[in-house]
Design a protein around this ligand. Structure first.
Ligand SMILES: CCCCC/C=C/CCC/C=C/CC(=O)SCCNC(=O)CCNC(=O)[C@H](O)C(C)(C)COP(=O)(O)OP(=O)(O)OC[C@H]1O[C@@H](n2cnc3c(N)ncnc32)[C@H](O)[C@@H]1OP(=O)(O)O
Length: 301
């Protein structure tokens, strides 16, 4: 089935592979700075230069209540990342959350439930694009994971160069797709296998493990677990270590390591979109999503 993807103009401009964002829509000097410091704010993505670390930006996700990755939120994240990537002031980003207790609840289930195929296709393309942008970023990307991080939230974390997780038993992380009756796509799986190895990934994916911090550290899905009030300072120290390496050498090495994984998706992006649309449109999958969404509602009592 050939799929015609009707993209809205903003999304279309953004989601071409490695498109340049037209105009300087969001880049502007920080209010009152007058010193050339740049701040790329948007309603859901707060980006500020780290006052304590030259060349480092802190990107806070602010899409309450749970930082679910809706199409609009993905688009704003993409714009901000593109701006940072193009601004030579910055060499590193710390990605964190502004929603207490939640890093990201993952993909927005409402973008996949009860939607028409064209919408699902547009949405999936944005998901692909965010992954590619973070995974292949020339910047050092550190995840300061200050909340629970299931599924798409875990993928975002796994795409960083280094992950610092707050030590709170509620802050579980993992690819739990099977618990929803859906499947982690091959590129989610590839990134997990690259991170924790084949056998651990095999178990974690099939059983939909959400690892609490101590287990997450043990299996290697995160690099460090620290007290909650030390997540930012630890991320900053780790960043300093990564920034001590000359950019060109680090970037080329990152590309060498990550490109084969990214290429697997780049070589079949359209087919991957079609697979997703076919899969998500199945009655059985829509029913599973319905049941899961109802469970989330009932949990509230
Ligand atoms: C064969 C070819 C295959 C090709 C590929 C096909 C596959 C499909 C792959 C799709 C991949 C998907 C990856 C994903 O990311 S799926 C999303 C997974 N996410 C989750 O399971 C998390 C669900 N959420 C929670 O567990 C909890 O909300 C929480 C994050 C632990 C926070 O709990 P709490 O603070 O108690 O908040 P609430 O539960 O009350 O939630 C508040 C509010 O937010 C809504 N919500 C929560 N998560 C999502 C979400 N992911 N998307 C949309 N909306 C979400 C929740 O329903 C509440 O809404 P209301 O206030 O309106 O009730």
């Amino acid at each position: 089935m050939a799929l015609t993807v009707g993209l809205r103009p903003l999304t279309r401009a953004l989601l071409r592979p490695w498109a340049r964002v037209p105009g300087a829509a969001l880049g502007r000097p920080a209010a009152g700075s007058g010193d050339g410091v740049r701040c790329f704010g948007s309603p859901r993505v707060l980006v500020e230069p780290d006052p304590a670390a030259v060349g480092v930006a802190v990107m806070k996700m602010r899409n309450p209540p749970v930082n679910s990755l809706s199409l609009e939120f993905l688009t704003e994240l993409l714009i901000s990342l593109e701006k940072l990537e193009n601004d030579k002031t910055f060499r590193g980003i710390i990605i964190t959350s502004d929603c207490p207790g939640i890093f990201s609840a993952g993909l927005d289930l409402l973008e996949m439930y009860g939607r028409d195929p064209a919408h699902c296709a547009e949405y999936w393309k944005a998901v692909q694009e965010l992954w590619l942008r973070v995974y292949l970023s020339n910047l050092v990307v550190i995840g300061a994971i200050n909340g629970i991080s299931p599924a798409g939230g875990c993928l975002l974390s796994l795409s960083c160069d280094y992950r610092v997780l707050a030590n709170n038993p509620k802050y579980a992380i993992g690819l739990n797709e099977t618990l929803l009756g859906i499947i982690a796509p091959f590129w989610f799986k590839d990134v997990l296998v690259n991170t924790i190895g084949h056998r651990a990934a095999e178990r974690a994916l099939q059983l939909g493990f959400l690892f609490p911090p101590s287990d997450a550290l043990q299996v290697g899905i995160v690099d460090q677990v620290v007290p909650e009030d030390q997540v930012q300072s630890t991320a900053r120290s780790v960043m300093a270590q990564w920034l001590a390496i000359p950019d060109h050498a680090r970037q080329l090495t990152k590309n060498l390591v990550r490109k084969p994984t990214a290429d697997r998706l780049l070589q079949q992006r359209d087919a991957d979109i079609q697979n997703f649309v076919r899969f998500i449109s199945r009655d059985s999958i829509q029913k599973s999503l319905h049941v899961y969404l109802e469970k989330l509602k009932q949990k509230k009592g």
